[in-house]
Design a protein around this ligand. Structure first.
Ligand code: UD1
Length: 450
């Protein structure tokens, strides 16, 4: 409306559009220029409430496409990635109402478009998860190819393999991937790797297909289980989510429902490591401790005391931790999304730690940033050897991706002095109220625009 009035006043649409593009560009640059200034103050203490899981919320938002009735989602984290996905859904004709903090009311009664272009796809890879539900409900979907990202090439061959097995014709050309099918028919699909996104996308494609689909070597992550629970609440018939074999019996139609997103296990793990690294004591609230097994086990091994109360976890550090080894694996193994934070902890551990990354091929970029702070890290292919040092020092560092950014905050909070972290828009993609939550624990951290 304001834009319309603005246009009328200027009576020159072209000039007006140029000004709008300039203003948007200016604001975008402002966001990219934001930095965090962090000063280490020793122990952090207090409690932190974990937000809803980003990685559960994103596919569940996509799954709302499958039903033409109202869906209410609670505990949706207020994050940039969620905003972008809502923009993608609106572009498809879905009604998305941000009703109140963390609550979205979504109605996909009419889908008016099945194509998502490069502009939105390039902002967030998870937008690719609209393909399964669109194919299932509309028989057609076309998306810009997600392409590579900071942590690796991240192909989508397994998603496509699944769509084809269900009977879709898939064409890749001019940077777009298009899938269409008059009717999807259930089949047996074996995933060469238990990809989280492929498991979720195929599950969503299969819920309205004719007959039964079996996904073997499926991802077992809690976010897959949350999606399955949500789909079943809408009337789907899915069994086995959380195991490596998921069976989906196609149904004719889904109906509206209300669903609360599970707590974010990666955010919880990040604060647990924060307590361990700063010698502090942090009570983690709103967590499902069963999802935290690998993190709890590793922190105990390093000498950290953990009280596991099911939906809260108390983490008590006793100063320096012992060196440890981790190897990232699909769930229930150590999450790759915790690797950077554990590496930050290892930089200050007593002895030599070994960190092996097996899930993504290029996920050690934070090592160079930690080295700027005085860390002693040597990388050979997928293995990082981290020799613990007495202290890290202040430096100017860059958040190269989301979890790398979290690792740098943890490291910076142990430093005697001021650390400047740039490119913090990555951190805002995945951590809700990040500054407020760290400050509540006593951290000296502020956002600046330079
Ligand atoms: C999800 C998470 C991400 C997490 C990752 C692994 C979301 C929004 N993101 O990403 O935070 O780090 O799981 O736990 O939930 N692969 C293929 N072919 C495919 C698909 C994947 O080779 O078609 C490979 C990838 O390149 C990667 C590995 O499988 O090496 C794991 O990827 P995947 O489990 O699919 O991760 P995402 O779903 O993208």
């Amino acid at each position: 409306m304001q834009l319309f009035i603005f246009r009328q006043v200027l009576k020159n649409k072209q000039a007006c559009d140029k000004i709008i593009v300039y203003i948007l560009h200016f604001f975008r640059r402002m966001i990219y220029l934001e930095k965090f200034i962090v000063k280490g103050k020793g122990e952090l203490k207090g409690s932190v409430r974990i937000s809803g899981s980003k990685n559960a919320a994103l596919p569940i938002l996509c799954a709302t496409i499958l039903c033409g009735e109202e869906v209410i989602l609670e505990d949706v984290p207020e994050l940039k990635d969620v905003e972008i996905l809502c923009e993608v859904l609106r572009g498809l004709g879905v009604e998305v109402v941000h009703k109140e903090k963390n609550v979205y009311v979504i109605n996909a009664k009419e889908i008016t478009n099945t194509v998502t272009g490069e502009e939105l796809m390039s902002k967030m890879r998870a937008s690719f998860c609209v393909m399964g539900p669109l194919l299932s409900r509309m028989g057609h979907t076309a998306n810009a190819l997600p392409g590579g990202c900071a942590i690796g090439t991240r192909p989508i061959d397994l998603h496509i393999k699944g769509f084809k097995a269900l009977g879709a014709e898939v064409i890749i050309s001019h940077g777009m991937v298009e899938a269409s099918a008059k009717k999807l028919i259930g089949d047996d699909i074996y995933l060469d790797f238990p990809s989280v996104g492929a498991t979720q996308n195929i599950m969503m494609a299969a819920v309205l297909a004719e007959g039964e689909t079996t996904i073997e070597n499926a991802a077992m992550e809690p976010e897959v289980v949350d999606l399955s629970n949500f789909l079943n609440k809408m009337g789907a018939e899915i069994r086995g989510a959380g195991t490596s074999t998921i069976k989906i019996k196609g149904v004719k139609k889904l109906h509206g429902c209300r669903h609360q997103i599970i707590p974010d296990r990666i955010e919880a793990g990040t604060f647990m490591i924060l307590a361990a690294a700063t010698g502090g004591e942090i009570l983690i609230e709103n967590v499902i401790s069963n999802h935290m097994r690998p993190v709890i086990a590793k922190l105990k091994e390093c000498g950290v005391t953990i009280f596991d109360n099911g939906d809260t976890i108390n983490v008590i550090s006793h100063g320096k931790v012992k060196a440890f080894d981790i190897k990232t694996l699909p769930y229930p193994g150590m999450p790759t999304d915790m690797q950077a934070q554990f590496m930050a902890l290892a930089t200050l551990a007593e002895g030599t730690s070994v960190v092996i990354e097996t899930v993504f091929e290029n996920r050690f970029m934070h090592a160079d940033e930690l080295k700027r702070m005085g860390a002693n890290i040597n990388i050979d292919n997928k293995t990082a050897i981290v020799q613990g040092v007495q202290k890290l020092r202040p430096a100017k560092v860059k958040a190269t991706d989301l979890r790398a950014g979290a690792a740098l905050i943890i490291a910076a909070l142990t430093v005697d002095g001021e650390t400047e972290i740039s490119d913090v828009y990555h951190i805002d993609r995945g951590y809700e109220n990040v500054i407020e939550k760290f400050r509540k624990l006593g951290a000296d951290i502020k956002r600046v625009n330079v």
